[in-house]
Each structure stands twice: as structure tokens, then as C-alpha cells.
Design a protein around this ligand. Sequence first.
Ligand SMILES: [Zn+2]
Length: 53
Amino acid sequence: MPWILRCKNCGKIRKLYVGYDLSEEKQIYVYCAKCRKNTFHEILKYEDDAEAE
Ligand SMILES: [Zn+2]
């Protein structure tokens, strides 16, 4: 199950599948498909299967 991240640059929500705990991180530097580059992402929550959109 994925973590839900929001790009701090453009605001796009994305999911990130990782096998480790991000809950102690405030942000993570990963690729954003909209910005087409690595950006800082805010860690919103751990997805519990409820698909919002
Ligand atoms: Zn972005």
C-alpha cells in the first residue's frame, strides 16, 4: 500500500510505494511527473485503500 505524497512545487498528489516507514519524515525528494523533475513532496498519509479520486 502506498504513501500519499503532494508535490510542494505544483500540488499534484501522487502515490509512492516503498517498503519503509516515512511517517517520521516531513518531506521526501522524489520525481514528480507533472514537474518532470525531482521535487520535495509533503507526506500526507499512508493509503488505506480508500481511493479518493
Ligand atoms: Zn510537481
